[in-house]
Write a protein that binds this ligand. Structure first.
Ligand code: NAI
Ligand code: MG
Length: 359
């Protein structure tokens, strides 16, 4: 089981170190190799995704990824910015299926800004298409407008684009995931306005015919944004395109209290995957030892389940995380009265202690 460890920038190295520690506490054999990615790779090698890093990622069964980015790189040309490393990895590895679970742990119900009854027991899975849509569509650029409302003035444009096979494969992923859950899929689009969304809706409906045991409903993205805060438990599996999924998954993350708790998986057709916390590099708290490592640790659990075929080990990590929360330990982002505030490393140590206690 070969794992490429790409820690990246900001809090990336701190949180990744804890996930690596947890993996090493399992009695499994991993080959782990590190490589630079993001801003630190740009500083050292002049590119956010050096050839050697991409090669390592391609050869690995799975990538454990921290986070990339820092405000200090904002002035770089787009292809050199840290975030391009992630887009490059997604594109080069064909990681089209992004799984973002939003689970509200019993112990953290109070950490959400929503009423407890709205989110207690919340467990939704957002499946976001990750390699198409307006983030990758060509053409894009800036130019002097040839036509439009203000001819001759500067304009910028992006292209929202989806092909039938791209929609078909993500729809299959969603229906198959729903089969293992409550057998409901909500497909989110903006079909009242966008051609890409109309195709999306048509194709998802066609694929649904192959999954008669799964109920499908469609929702416009603006309504989905409202329903997520009004009645989040009405959702189970949500499938949507790249941009809508980006926004809705962050919104769903906030329902659960802290983005520091939320893992993610990005998979290709061969089940090779990139596993990373849903949050970014948090430059505001980097280097202080206070970041919550649980999203990264839970991402490592997803890695064991989806790419490394070690579901029992994944279960063990997830239950260790629950134990630690039940014992009252909290990093600053989830801290509340009556709980014990700990740093990044202590939180990782506590997960390891709980894991090893159980064997
Ligand atoms: P962010 O997720 O890094 O931070 C947002 C807020 O959440 C901050 O106040 C931060 O301190 C807090 N936070 C995030 N993770 C936390 C954790 N584990 N524990 C405790 N608190 C945590 O998003 P932001 O501030 O918009 O972006 C910062 C940088 O990260 C930017 O350069 C951005 O481009 C990059 N970014 C990278 C991503 C990735 O690598 N996948 C994803 C999102 C942003
Ligand atoms: Mg995002």
């Amino acid at each position: 089981m070969k794992i490429a460890v790409l820690a990246g920038d900001g809090i990336g190295p701190e949180i990744t170190a804890e996930a690596v520690k947890v993996l090493q506490a399992l009695d499994l054999k991993f080959e782990m190799e590190r490589a630079p990615v993001g801003g630190c790779a740009y500083d050292a090698h002049g590119h956010p995704l050096p050839e050697a890093t991409l090669k390592l990622a391609k050869q690995a069964d799975a990538v454990l990824f921290g986070a990339v980015g820092d405000w200090k790189y904002d002035k770089l040309d787009r292809p050199l910015r840290p975030e391009q490393a992630l887009l490059g990895l997604r594109k080069n590895l064909g990681l089209f299926a992004n799984f973002r679970p939003a689970i509200c742990y019993e112990e953290l119900v109070g950490a959400s800004s929503l009423k407890p009854e709205l989110i207690a027991g919340l467990d939704i899975l957002i499946i976001r298409e990750l390699t198409g849509d307006i983030y990758f569509g060509q053409p894009r650029g800036r130019r002097s407008a040839p036509d439009g409302h203000f001819p001759g003035s500067e304009e910028a444009f992006d292209t929202m684009r989806y092909s039938r096979p791209e929609i078909e494969r993500i729809a299959h992923v969603a229906f198959q995931a729903a089969r293992k859950r409550s057998k409901r899929v909500t497909s989110v689009d903006k079909a009242n306005v966008l051609e890409t969304s109309q195709l999306w809706k048509d194709v998802v409906s066609e694929i649904a015919a192959q999954y008669p045991d799964v109920a499908l409903d469609h929702m416009y993205v603006d309504n989905a944004a409202m329903q997520l805060v009004k009645e989040p438990k009405r959702f189970d599996v949500v499938v949507t395109g790249n941009m809508f999924g980006d926004i809705l998954s962050d919104e769903a993350a906030m329902l659960t209290g802290s983005i520091g708790m939320l893992p993610s998986a990005s998979l290709n057709e061969r089940k090779q995957g990139l596993y990373e916390p849903s949050h970014g590099s948090a430059p505001d708290i980097a280097g202080k030892g206070v970041a919550n490592p649980l999203a990264t640790i839970l991402s490592a659990a997803m890695m064991l389940r989806f790419s490394l075929e070690q579901p029992e080990a994944a279960d063990r990590i997830e239950s260790a995380v629950k134990d630690v929360l039940a014992s009252g330990l909290r990093t600053a982002d989830i801290h509340s009265e009556g709980t014990k505030r700990v740093g990044t490393r202590e939180m990782g140590d506590a997960v390891v202690a709980s894991l090893t206690k159980k064997t």
